[in-house]
Structure formats: C-alpha cells, structure tokens
Design a binder for this molecule. Structure first.
Ligand SMILES: Cc1cc2nc3c(=O)[nH]c(=O)nc-3n(C[C@H](O)[C@H](O)[C@H](O)COP(=O)(O)OP(=O)(O)OC[C@H]3O[C@@H](n4cnc5c(N)ncnc54)[C@H](O)[C@@H]3O)c2cc1C
Ligand SMILES: NC(=O)c1ccc[n+]([C@@H]2O[C@H](COP(=O)([O-])OP(=O)(O)OC[C@H]3O[C@@H](n4cnc5c(N)ncnc54)[C@H](O)[C@@H]3O)[C@@H](O)[C@H]2O)c1
Length: 469
C-alpha cells in the first residue's frame, strides 16, 4: 500500500459498520484525514444488533445442546432427573451478549481513533458531491470531502399488519432485551436470519415453530444442505410450516397470534419477525445529488464501489451486493484504495466464504450446484456424507457432507459446500483452493490429520481425480 502525498485528502464516511469502519482504517493508512459519522455506535448493526449478538446467542445455545447429546457419548449426570437438564438464564445470557457487543464497538472506535480517524456520533446527510452535514445532539457541522463513502446498511423490514411491540412481537434486533426465554416462539421467515435464530432458541429450550413461505427452509442455500437442516430441525422437535406465508401478527395479552395466507392461525408466547431487510438510503441526500438507486432502494455500485456520482462511493448492505460483513468490509477497503489512488483489485464474489450458523453449520464458497443446474458453468460434483468419516463417528456426528465442485479438463476447484459442526472453520482450505485455482489432485495430495473432519475434503478430492487410463 502506498501512502497519499501532498495535501491530506478529506474522506467522510457515513455509517460505521464493517463497510464504513474498515474503509476508515484503510483511508487513514493511506494518509487521508478520515471522519466517520455514525448514529448508533461503531461496528454498526453487524456488531450491535445483528451478526455479533446472534452468534454469541448461538454459542450459548450450542453449548447447551452438548448437554443434551452427552448421553450418546456415554456421559451420565449425577443427581435426580430434575437436576439433569441445563437451563438458560436469559437475563444473564442477554446481558453477556449486549456487554460483548458494546465492548467490541468500543474497541473499534478506539482503533479508528488510534490511526487518526475522527468519529462523530450523529446522523450524516449528503448536501452535495463534496459536502456532508453531521447532525449531532449539540448542533450541525458541515464537512468538506474529497471522497464520500456511504455505508448506511439496512434495517429489518416491517409489515403494516405485523408491527413489532418490542415485548412479544419482535424483530431480531429486539430479542436481547428479553428477561425470560420465550416459551412458545414463532419465527416468521426461514431465510438465514430466521433459520439461525429458530435453531438458537430451540437449543436454548423454547418450543419453536418456523413459518416458511417457501417449499423448504433456507431457500437461497444449497438444496441438499437445506434439506439436512430441515430434517435436523424437525427431528429435534421444531415445527416447520412450509408454504406458509404470514399475513398478520397480533398481540393477545400474553400471547401472539400469527395468521397465515390460507387462514390458519398459530398461537405462541412470542413472534420473531425475520422477513428481510430494507436499505437505509432514503432521506440522506442521495436523490438530491443524483446517486442512482435500484428499484429496491439499494445504491448501484460497480466492482470498485463507485456510485453514479464521481467522488461518491458506497459499501456494504446498502448496495445490496451479497449482504455479509466480510463483503461490506472488502467493498469499503476497495473504495478507499480506488479513491485514494492505491493499487486495487475489483471485488470478486467467487472467493467469498459464507456460513450459516445452524447445527450443523452450512459453509459455502464459489460456484454452487444451482449455478451448474441452471447452466452458468459446466462442472463436476462429488458429495461425500460425513457418516463415513472416522472422526465424525467418534464424535457421534451423523448429519452433514462435503461437496466439491470442479471444472472438467483443468480439474480446478471452483466451489464447495460443507455441512458439519464448525463448517465455518472447515471451509477455509476449500476457499484457499478456489481462490488460488488449485486442482483436485493438489488437494488430494495434501496431508490431512488422521482422524479429522478435513480428511473428508481430501477424500472428496481423491474421488474427483480424472484418469486417462
Ligand atoms: C441477524 C443477522 C445475523 C448476521 N450474521 C452475519 C454473520 O454471521 N456473518 C456475516 O458475514 N454477516 C452476517 N450478517 C450480515 C451483516 O450483519 C451485514 O452484512 C453487515 O452488517 C453489513 O455491514 P454494513 O457496514 O453495510 O452495515 P451495518 O452493519 O448495518 O452498519 C451501518 C451503520 O450505519 C449507520 N447509519 C445508517 N444511516 C446513517 C446515517 N444517516 N448517519 C449515520 N449513521 C448511519 C447505522 O446506525 C449502522 O450502524 C447478519 C445479518 C443479520 C440480520
Ligand atoms: N450467517 C450469516 O452470515 C448471516 C446471518 C443472517 C443474515 N445474513 C445475511 O443477511 C441476508 C438476509 O437474510 P435474512 O434471512 O434476514 O433475509 P431474507 O430476505 O434472505 O429472508 C427472509 C425470508 O422471509 C420470507 N418471508 C418474507 N415475507 C414473509 C411472510 N410474510 N411470511 C413468511 N415468510 C416470509 C422470505 O421468503 C425469505 O425467505 C442473507 O442473505 C445473508 O447474506 C447472513
């Protein structure tokens, strides 16, 4: 990275989530004077309400699930039957989550300030292609900018007929104020957010109903992987209602009533709404300066994060490009490198490793089976169930698989799916191989530990070996 010389360029970042704060760190490293305007706290929704809190909740839930599975590995507990179950104390669980998120936000703010960045606690509004206004509790400040980066993220979509009340009808951002575990939780929406949180509360001990508008849960994921998760959900006692679109949610005293499109009604103690997000791109001055938005309200950007207005960049969920923290951060870094004249490679989504934190987890990278089925790429696939893996047998892991996708001829790896406990860790070698265009033979000839889960990756690669004999 080379630093900018001459007058310091002024960069103003609106929104301090991964898209914004990672950009701020790179901008400062490249010698610019960076100001971040953030209205909630640095780290953004990713750290304060979405990614970090949900994964921390899931850590507790997964820990509890191990107690339930202990018997199958020969572990018994002393004492009476009543003593033998683990119980989640939600006040403590949630206060740990909120403290952890706050501490992480504080660390990020300190990091940005330590490289010379300025953080303004307030709301940003774009007044012109080189002017941003920061509205704070004490007044207004106009900031001149050579470069503006918009990274304002999204917020939960709310339907008029299903208004959250923050007590029993909740968005995923409101669940950490609960003092008690929801007794009968209805999760509406079976995308990644709905599936992860339905899994979390099932593990914590709630009775969970998952309302899924589609044929199966996780409609955007690998179909084989989603089938494994749906089967596991049902086996563990979750009620999954497929092809069931919610039309309304009402509060009835201490309970909630969810009405479905076909007239059925489901009663629970709490409803958790996970029906998607909307971009926070309105009323921040984008229209006034002519920044192009898509029909869904996302900011249109190219692969180096440029918007339609020179000098104005955008990163993260507000652009609608693969809504992941890692992608937001990469878009932000690329925006800074491009705007400040550093070497830059355009965003490449084929190398993105993503993970769904259910149990087992679903991790993916590169081309998918859907890409092959729909003719976007010609490829060979092998799917290896984990049930034959010796380490999996020792750990009593029965659900899951490794799927590898290769190009015929060159035999380079172009994609993969891992469904396993901690698939988020196991996907990395596959990601490395996809990113560096390794062949299946190179993977197959790399030693894996015996016994290990990664042994299944090497074994799947061996099965894809092509011979001329
Ligand atoms: C429940 C859930 C779990 C998730 N888990 C994961 C995960 O495990 N891994 C993963 O990679 N991704 C995960 N994601 C996705 C991830 O959270 C997002 O991709 C990420 O937050 C995007 O970062 P961002 O910087 O674009 O926006 P955000 O993190 O949303 O930050 C945007 C910030 O901008 C601020 N802002 C908005 N408007 C203004 C304004 N006018 N002035 C000042 N500030 C403003 C907001 O207050 C917010 O703090 C999850 C999402 C959800 C909903
Ligand atoms: N582990 C992770 O990395 C992680 C976790 C959560 C979210 N995310 C990111 O956030 C993105 C958004 O995920 P999401 O799950 O929040 O939103 P989503 O839009 O992907 O899913 C919402 C789901 O709700 C359903 N739905 C909408 N209206 C409904 C209704 N009335 N009744 C029943 N169902 C209804 C939709 O069909 C859809 O399946 C993901 O693509 C992912 O990139 C990532």
């Amino acid at each position: 990275m080379k630093a900018v010389t001459g007058r310091k360029k002024q960069v103003v970042v609106v929104g301090g989530g991964p898209g914004g704060y990672e950009a701020a760190l790179v901008g400062a490293q490249l010698g610019a004077q960076v100001t971040v305007i953030e209205k909630e706290g640095l780290g953004g929704a990713a750290v304060l309400t979405d990614c970090v809190p949900s994964k921390t909740l899931i850590a507790t839930s997964d820990f509890m699930s191990r107690f339930a599975a202990a018997g199958r590995l020969g572990v018994g507990f002393e004492g009476t039957e009543e003593d033998q179950h683990a119980e989640a104390h939600m006040r403590e669980v949630n206060s740990r989550i909120l403290d952890l998120a706050k501490a992480q936000s504080h660390d990020i703010k300190a990091q940005v300030e330590s490289v010379g960045g300025r953080v303004i606690h307030g709301t940003g509004r774009i007044l012109g292609p080189s002017t941003v206004e920061a509205i704070t509790e004490t007044g207004h400040e106009e900031l001149r900018a050579d470069v503006i980066l918009v990274a304002t993220g999204t917020r939960p979509r709310v339907m008029a007929t299903a208004q959250p009340d923050g007590e029993r009808i909740l968005t995923w951002q409101q669940i950490y104020d609960l003092a008690e575990l929801p007794e009968k939780l209805i999760v509406v929406g079976s995308g990644v957010t709905g599936a992860e949180l339905a899994h979390a509360y099932l593990g914590l001990g709630s009775e969970v109903t998952l309302v899924s508008s589609r044929d199966r849960v996780l409609p955007g994921s690998d179909a084989d992987a989603a089938t494994v998760i749906e089967n596991v959900f049902r086996r563990r006692g979750m009620k999954v209602l497929n092809r069931s679109r919610m039309t309304a949610v009402e509060r009835r005293g201490d309970s909630v009533l969810v009405t479905l499109e076909d007239g059925r009604q489901v009663e629970g103690s709490h409803a958790l709404l996970a029906v998607g997000s909307i971009p926070q791109t309105k009323d921040i001055g984008l229209d006034d300066i002519g920044v192009e938005l898509s029909d869904s309200g996302h900011i249109v950007v190219d692969r180096v994060s440029r918007t339609s207005v020179p000098g104005v960049y955008a990163a993260g969920d507000c652009t609608g490009v693969m809504p992941l923290a890692s992608v937001a951060a990469m878009q932000g870094r690329i925006a800074m490198a491009h705007s400040l004249g550093d070497a830059v490679s355009p965003l490449n989504l084929r190398g993105v490793c993503a993970n769904i934190f259910t149990d087992p987890e679903i991790a993916t990278v590169g081309y998918s089976q859907q890409d092959i089925d729909e003719g976007r790429i010609e490829a060979r696939i092998v799917t290896l169930p984990l049930s034959t893996n010796p380490r999996a047998k020792m750990r009593n892991i029965k659900d899951g698989f490794v799927k590898l996708i290769t190009r015929p001829g060159s035999n380079t790896l172009v994609g993969g799916v891992v469904v396993a406990p901690q698939a988020s860790e196991l996907i990395y070698p596959i990601g490395l191989a996809v990113q560096n265009r390794l062949t299946v033979d190179q993977i197959a000839s790399t030693f894996s530990v015996y016994p290990s889960m990664t042994g299944s990756i090497a074994e799947a690669a061996r099965r894809l070996h092509e011979t001329d004999i």
